[in-house]
Design a protein around this ligand. Structure first.
Ligand SMILES: *[C@@H]1O[C@H](CO)[C@@H](O)[C@H](O)[C@H]1NC(C)=O
Ligand SMILES: *[C@@H]1O[C@H](CO)[C@@H](O)[C@H](O)[C@H]1NC(C)=O
Length: 411
C-alpha cells in the first residue's frame, strides 16, 4: 500500500507538464499568423481581413484531453477554431461568435482531443459589414482583437510553415460574403443588419484552395470593392472612394486608416508563390453605365500587376492569376446590370496589354476565366444570400480553378 502511494506520488511529480495551464501571449514565437495583423498595444494583435488566421502545434495532449481558452475582443466577428490531427483530419471544431453590438472581451473554449496535433483559429467575417463608406464610420467594423490563449493539458509547440503561400485579392466572392446564408433572408433585416453572421471565408474559394494546396493564405478582399472604382460608385457613401489597390498598398487593416502597411517591406514576411487577383466585377456592375473606359481599366490593371510583381520581386517564380466571372445565367437574367462575366473581356484585354508591355513578367501572369453559362455555377442550390454563392457554389468554383492552379504552379 505504502509502495503504491509512493509510486502514485512519483507519477504525479513526473507527468504534470501537460496537466498544467500555460498562458501563451500573441507575441509568442510559437504562434504563426497568416494575413495582415497589427499590434495596437503589447499583448494584443488585431486584424479585420477575412480568412486571417493563427495557428500553433500541440504535443502530448493528456489522456483525458485538454483545452484551449482563447481570449479575444470583437464586434461582429465569427471565428472558426479547429483542432487537427497530424493526418489533416479534424479532431474538434467550434465557431466562436462575438457580440453584435458593443465591443466586448470574452473567452471561448475549444476542446483538444488526445490525438490533436495543431490548432487553427480563422476569421470568417469580412471587415466592413455595412460597407466601407458611411456605414463603416457609423457602425464599428468587424475587427478581431486577439489577446492570447490559455492551454490546459497539452504542450504548445511551433509549427513549421506550410508548403506554399497564396495571397488572394478580391471582393465579395473572395471574402465569402453570404456563403453561409440562404436566399430566404434576402430583403429581410437579417441580411441588412446581420450579414456578418453569413460570411464564411473558410468555405469560400480562397480557404478551399489554401487547404487543398497546403498553403498559407493572405486574403485582402471585401464586398463591393473594385480595381478602379467600387460598386455604386456614384454614391460614395456606400463603399467609400478608395478601391482595393489603395488599401493593399497602404493599410494593415481595411477599416483603420491609421494602421499602415507597406507590401514592399520584407519585414512583413509575405512572399507569396501565387497572387490571385479577382477584381473588376464591381467596376462594371451596378454602375448604371458609368463604367471605366477600356484605357482607364487597362492602365489601372497594368499598374496594379506591376506593383504586385515589384513588391515580391525577391521571388522570381511568383505568379499572378487573374480570376474573373464565376456568375450564373440566373443572375444576368434577373438583373442585366449584374453580370459577373461582363468584366471578363476587359480583364482579358488588360492582361494581354500587360503581356505586350512587359513580356517577361507577362509570362508569369495567367487568366482564370470562370464561365457564367451554367457550366460552373448554376444559380439554383448553389446560391446563398444576396445572389452570392453558398458553400456549394464556392466549392464548384474551387473545383474549376484547382486544376488550373495545379497546372500553372506545377503543384
Ligand atoms: C471550420 O473549419 C474546418 C476546417 O477548415 C471546416 O472543415 C469546417 O467546415 C469549418 N466550420 C464552419 C462552420 O465553417
Ligand atoms: C472596349 O473593350 C471591349 C472588350 O474587349 C470591346 O468589346 C469594346 O469594343 C471596347 N471599346 C472600345 C471603345 O474600344
Amino acid at each position: 500500500m505504502k509502495k503504491y502511494v509512493v509510486r502514485c506520488l512519483l507519477l504525479l511529480l513526473l507527468s504534470p507538464l501537460t496537466t498544467a495551464k500555460e498562458n501563451v501571449t500573441p507575441e509568442d514565437e510559437r504562434i504563426r499568423y497568416e494575413g495582415r495583423f497589427d499590434s495596437p498595444a503589447p499583448g494584443t494583435y488585431r486584424t479585420d481581413w477575412p480568412c486571417a488566421r493563427l495557428s500553433f502545434g500541440v504535443n502530448n495532449v493528456r489522456e483525458e484531453g485538454g483545452s484551449i481558452d482563447v481570449s479575444w475582443s470583437s464586434e461582429r466577428v465569427r471565428l472558426n477554431a479547429t483542432a487537427w490531427r497530424a493526418d489533416g483530419s479534424i479532431a474538434s471544431s467550434e465557431i466562436f461568435v462575438g457580440p453584435k453590438w458593443r465591443n466586448k472581451k470574452q473567452t471561448s473554449t475549444l476542446n483538444l482531443p488526445k490525438d490533436a496535433s495543431f490548432v487553427t483559429i480563422r476569421k470568417l467575417t469580412q471587415a466592413a459589414p455595412f460597407g466601407t463608406g458611411i456605414g463603416e464610420k457609423a457602425l464599428a467594423a468587424s475587427v478581431w482583437e486577439y489577446h492570447g490563449v490559455e492551454v490546459t493539458g497539452a504542450e504548445v509547440v511551433s509549427l513549421s510553415p506550410r508548403k506554399r503561400v497564396v495571397e488572394y485579392i478580391g471582393a465579395s466572392d473572395s471574402a465569402g460574403y453570404c456563403a453561409d446564408g440562404t436566399p430566404d433572408i434576402d430583403g429581410t433585416a437579417a441580411l441588412l443588419i446581420d450579414s456578418w453572421l453569413y460570411d464564411n471565408c473558410d468555405l469560400a474559394t480562397p480557404g478551399l484552395l489554401a487547404n487543398y494546396f497546403d498553403a498559407d493564405l493572405w486574403v485582402e478582399a471585401e464586398g463591393g470593392m473594385g480595381l478602379t472604382q467600387n460598386a455604386n460608385a456614384r454614391i460614395p457613401a456606400f463603399e467609400g472612394k478608395y478601391p482595393l489597390p489603395y488599401f493593399w498598398e497602404n493599410q494593415a487593416l481595411l477599416t483603420d486608416s491609421s494602421s499602415s502597411w507597406d507590401p514592399t517591406d520584407s519585414n512583413n514576411q509575405l512572399s507569396p508563390d501565387l497572387v490571385v487577383v479577382s477584381l473588376g466585377g464591381n467596376d462594371y456592375n451596378h454602375q448604371h453605365g458609368n463604367v471605366p473606359s477600356n484605357e482607364t481599366f487597362s492602365a489601372a490593371y497594368e499598374e496594379f500587376l506591376l506593383k504586385i510583381f515589384s513588391a515580391y520581386e525577391s521571388n522570381e517564380d511568383a505568379k499572378i492569376l487573374s480570376v474573373c466571372g464565376q456568375g450564373s445565367p440566373a443572375e444576368s437574367a434577373f438583373d442585366p446590370d449584374n453580370n459577373r462575366c461582363s468584366p471578363c473581356p476587359h480583364v482579358e484585354d488588360a492582361l494581354n496589354d500587360f503581356k505586350i508591355n512587359h513580356p517577361e513578367l507577362g509570362e508569369r501572369a495567367y487568366l482564370g476565366f470562370v464561365p457564367c453559362d451554367g457550366s460552373v455555377v448554376v444559380g439554383d442550390d448553389d446560391i446563398g444570400c444576396a445572389g452570392h454563392k453558398n458553400a456549394v457554389g464556392q466549392r464548384k468554383v474551387f473545383d474549376y480553378l484547382q486544376p488550373l492552379v495545379s497546372e500553372i504552379m506545377d503543384w
